[in-house]
Design a protein around this ligand. Sequence first.
Ligand SMILES: [Zn+2]
Length: 222
Amino acid sequence: MSDYIVEPKSRKELRCLANALRKHLGLENERWIPIVELLDVFAEIFDDFNYEIVQDNALPKGVHAETDIRSGNIFIKESVYERACDGKGRDRMTIAHEIAHYFMLCFCGFKLQRAFNAKEVPPYMDPEWQAKCFAGEFMAAYHLTEGMSPAEIARFCGISRDAAVYQFKHREQKSENTFGNKKCLTNWLRQFAKHLSSDASILLSGINIMPHPKNYFKRLSK
Ligand SMILES: [Zn+2]
């Protein structure tokens, strides 16, 4: 259980946010998210995002990677990074999990506070649950995994079998509208705007204020 609580978010909301990010990155129809490359894309798009590959002994045993939400730095164990580059599902998911922490807490600015009575924190207010949920929805998109078995989800999306089973079991909470949900995009934009400025008037300038990462993936794959 985490020592912190975060503003409540449902799976449905996080699915919508994950899809909005996919869409923004031009990855809405990609089953296999290039998560390792995405680290470099994030470093280009977001001013305060940074990642570092560290020696395995730099992080405690059992910790595969870590995000410092004050600085926006993600630290990834060398062995985890290398396995993720090789396409290993569990390690790809570790990176997605840390990116989820960064994206929701640093970029979107979900409000975080200390949990004084951690035992009573419901999952939807637990930052760890939210990161797990967002990472799962981002890596194994609902609209691209319809009718798939857990084994197929694992194979096509490049996630671990356990994560695929988890996604499979949590499919039933449908989004009202996977893409282009106006309300969702507005909320996302609002979060984004909050991050940029406390001036509410910035909300009016529309989705174009997002820095657009067109062609980043093409460039990176060269
Ligand atoms: Zn975490």
